[in-house]
Design a binder for this molecule. Structure first.
Ligand SMILES: *[C@@H]1O[C@H](CO)[C@@H](O)[C@H](O)[C@H]1NC(C)=O
Ligand SMILES: *[C@@H]1O[C@H](CO)[C@@H](O)[C@H](O)[C@H]1NC(C)=O
Ligand SMILES: *[C@@H]1O[C@H](CO)[C@@H](O)[C@H](O)[C@H]1NC(C)=O
Ligand SMILES: *[C@@H]1O[C@H](CO)[C@@H](O)[C@H](O)[C@H]1NC(C)=O
Ligand SMILES: *[C@@H]1O[C@H](CO)[C@@H](O)[C@H](O)[C@H]1NC(C)=O
Length: 432
């Protein structure tokens, strides 16, 4: 048979084989590091699904020409005991300054002990920050030359942070929680580092990663534009102080999807300067729910708009969907929609509090951050307290354009003050 193959036939055969190879390759190494260890199929704390694989495929940027800079090549031990901070900094410098699509790799199966570490751009063409192993925080408080940040990534564009379903960022926060004034009243109130700060990044894609036991805030997204967070698991004990799951401020165009957050403070906190945020397929609890605010503290101006939560489950959390503002602030929180949400035994399933105060005493003040156009649609479940819906709005700046549409929360009443509320479909409880 082979003998009768003409030159043309051989050519076609080769082409065919090449294209078959290509098809297999593109579904295999498209993200630049391959899955020879099968991490995507097995041992998945984080379950991946077709969407993720498709996203990886279509990104297509990190194929053949990519190079990988591994922290292992710069002396990082990954034994969980040796301080690997310097090795990481050297590797980062290399990865950041390399021409051509580059991946920064934290290998799988190792635990790298780090003190405060800065990953700073701008970079030549670093595209992938692959955290396949664990980053483990030093528990020595004196190790933190930056007392506000443990890991900070800043000034890098078009980056993907990919945990490949095995990557973990572990803040080992217990020592900080024990010394928090919220836990031990005899201790002075001081700040603790945020585990992962993402600062001034454009076009960021963070996925398939686990973040746990932060010293304080787990992930803080600040001054960014166009951020995708997908398939991220954030966890800490329900009584760990101030461990907000994902904190967002001064950031536009963010999508948080398929994520699971259980922590000691807000699952997602949305602060001043957040615009166009979409949250979908979120599981929250324990924790303080999704919280817009606190806005307007110390008489500040705050602007939040375009918040869209579609698909969330809250279980045993302190709040479900909350908006909170201090008296004395100004600005607006507007165009907000919460829909397709389930509440299971949540203390304040739906709450707007414009008299929020977490200090000993807050002065009565007239001005307020204006809350308007807030829609609650298809929300059901149970309240753990006898008030399921609270609208405690400002006298001078009442809440405007509040819509409850097909809301059914059992076990509690509605307490409504200074709120302009419209009911649509079946609503229970109703504001009287
Ligand atoms: C592509 O992968 C499939 C299944 O993994 C295998 O059966 C096939 O031989 C591969 N084709 C090529 C050209 O490598
Ligand atoms: C980042 O991606 C955008 C959109 O794909 C592209 O226009 C831009 O040039 C990229 N920036 C860098 C620094 O590569
Ligand atoms: C209401 O939300 C639930 C999720 O809580 C969803 O399963 C259901 O399909 C939604 N109903 C409608 C009519 O969209
Ligand atoms: C509104 O908030 C204020 C301040 O926290 C509180 O004193 C008041 O009881 C609340 N009113 C309602 C109706 O919840
Ligand atoms: C709701 O309000 C009604 C009327 O004031 C009261 O009888 C009932 O006990 C309240 N229910 C709860 C769960 O607090």
């Amino acid at each position: 048979m082979a003998r009768c193959c003409g030159l043309l036939t051989i050519f076609i055969c080769v082409l065919l084989m090449l294209s078959l190879c290509q098809a297999n390759l593109s579904s295999y190494v498209d993200d630049g590091y391959g899955h020879e260890d099968g991490s995507f199929e097995s041992d998945s704390l984080l379950k991946l699904n077709n969407d993720d694989v498709l996203t990886l495929k279509s990104s297509g940027e990190t194929t053949s020409a990519s190079s990988t800079v591994s922290v292992a090549s710069f002396g990082a031990k990954g034994d969980g005991k040796t301080d690997d901070t310097q090795a990481f900094e050297k590797a980062w410098k290399k990865a950041c300054s390399t021409n051509g699509v580059t991946n920064f790799l934290v290998p799988k199966g190792k635990s790298y002990l780090l003190t405060s570490t800065q990953f700073k751009g701008p970079c030549k063409s670093l595209r992938n920050f692959q955290i396949l192993g664990s980053l483990s925080a030093s528990t020595k408080r004196s190790d933190y030359k930056d007392k506000y940040h443990w890991l900070i990534l800043e000034d890098v564009n078009n980056l993907s942070i990919d945990g490949g379903s095995t990557g973990v960022i572990n803040g080992n926060g217990k020592i900080w929680w024990q010394n928090s004034c919220k836990i031990d009243k005899s201790k002075p109130c001081t700040t603790a580092p945020t585990a992962l700060t993402l600062y001034n990044l454009r076009n960021l894609n963070m996925k398939n990663l686990r973040v746990r036991d932060a010293q304080q805030i787990q992930v803080s997204i600040e001054n960014c534009n166009n951020v995708d967070v997908n398939n991220v698991v954030v966890s800490a004990p329900g009584d760990s102080p101030n461990t907000d799951g994902i904190h967002i401020t001064n950031t536009k165009n963010i999508r948080v999807s398929k994520s699971d957050i259980g922590t000691g403070d807000d699952c997602i906190s949305i602060e001043d300067g957040t615009q166009n945020l979409q949250i979908s397929d979120l599981t929250c609890g324990p924790g303080h729910g999704i919280s817009i605010g606190s806005l307007g503290d110390d008489n500040s101006k705050a602007y939040v708009s375009g918040i869209y939560v579609d698909g969330a489950k809250f279980s045993e959390s302190d709040n479900g969907v909350r908006i909170k503002t201090y008296q004395g602030g100004s600005g607006t929180a507007k165009n907000i929609k919460f829909q397709n949400i389930q509440m299971k035994n949540v203390k304040n399933p739906i709450i707007i509090d414009q008299n929020y105060c977490d200090k000993d005493k807050c002065e009565d003040q007239e001005s307020a951050v204006q809350v308007k156009n807030v829609v609650y649609k298809n929300i059901s479940g149970t309240s753990a307290t006898d008030v399921a819906i609270t609208f405690n709005c400002s006298e001078k700046y009442p809440c405007q354009g509040i819509v409850l549409e097909n809301v059914n929360i059992k076990g509690g009443n509605a307490s409504c003050k200074n709120a302009n509320v419209k009911n649509q479909g079946t609503v229970s409880p109703k504001c009287s």
